[in-house]
Design a binder for this molecule. Structure first.
Ligand SMILES: [Zn+2]
Length: 306
């Protein structure tokens, strides 16, 4: 298998958690082990590929590495089980520089378990890394999603999406289609054709004006129809998530903001602020989803935004 992780990912000390999403259980197993091996290897190359020769690599192949703890898909993962994982995370490593937890099928964890997990993913003890796997992103809480570095597999490649969308929407540029593709779960479905691209591009523009501080009053012009407001908040969430991930990995992460918009926003938003904004936009989104009055949602947003 070729390298799963882009170079720099494994070494970045700010990155504590990865998530590999694939509908195929065998790939989930294989790729999560591969990421763990890359983290634990004592002699990985610049592309973060494991050396396959050191004691850590050999033990990973033999499934006997004491610092790689696998919580299998068939194991119990109630909130108490997660709490015992958390306690284990605070114990010193056995022999490697890192301790790696592989949590299989985290999309099947209930909300309480995911929330317990969120706390440790946000601020894990030194040297502890988490690798989550999921068959789809859908059941993973947005708060968890915002804290992990997603590595996708078995998805259609962007080139084929671009070719497909161009058949029905020939006027869209490749960059625009890439932006739209973030609104389609897992890229597996073709319903990108049904997205309202004019609205999405308008909201991306608003997000850019707000985040680059060109127009901090832009929040006053958010849509007041519930569905439109929810879509707009989704765009804002994806934008700040892209900024947060890029800062955590030290490289430009692709996302709804194209490279020009990205660099305008990136200079103005710290990682801490990106996380705080993500939480705020998400809370507002959840309020809207819970059928709060739209004015109440906007009121909440204005009250808490800084
Ligand atoms: Zn090695």
């Amino acid at each position: 298998m070729s390298a799963v992780l882009p170079s720099g990912f494994v070494r970045n000390p700010n990155l504590h958690a990865y998530m590999f999403v694939s509908p195929d259980a065998a790939s989930r197993r294989e790729v999560s082990r591969r990421i763990a091996k890359s983290i634990l290897c004592r002699d990985k190359n610049d592309n973060a590929e494991p050396c396959e020769k050191c004691d850590c690599c050999i033990k990973m192949d033999a499934k006997t590495h004491p610092d790689c703890i696998v919580i299998g898909a068939d194991e119990k993962t109630g909130v108490d089980d997660i709490r015992s994982i958390v306690s284990e995370a605070y114990l010193a490593t056995n022999e490697a520089d890192f301790k790696v937890f592989i949590l299989e099928d985290a999309d099947e964890y209930n909300v309480q378990s995911q929330n317990a997990l969120l706390k440790i993913i946000e601020e894990p003890p030194q040297g502890v890394k988490f690798i989550l796997t999921a068959s789809s992103q859908g059941a993973i809480l947005p708060t968890v999603r915002s804290r992990v570095c997603s590595v996708s597999g078995s998805v259609r490649d962007i080139e084929s999406i671009i070719a497909e969308v161009k058949k029905s929407k020939p006027s869209l540029s490749d960059e625009q289609i890439k932006t739209l593709s973030y609104f389609v779960e897992g890229y597996e479905k073709a319903d990108i054709k049904n997205l309202d691209e004019a609205k999405i591009f308008d909201y991306v523009n608003k997000a850019q004006l707000y985040l680059s501080a060109k127009d901090s009053g832009i929040l006053m012009s958010l849509p007041i129809k519930r569905e439109e407001l929810m879509l707009c908040l989704q765009v804002f969430m994806l934008s700040v998530r892209q900024l947060a991930l890029s800062k955590a990995t030290g490289r430009i992460t692709e996302g709804v903001l194209d490279s020009t918009l990205f660099s305008q926003c990136n200079a103005k938003v710290s990682m801490k602020r990106a996380h705080a904004l993500y939480d705020l936009f998400e809370e507002s989104y959840l309020l809207a989803e819970g059928y709060a009055n739209v004015n109440a949602v906007l009121g909440y947003l204005f009250e808490n935004v800084r």
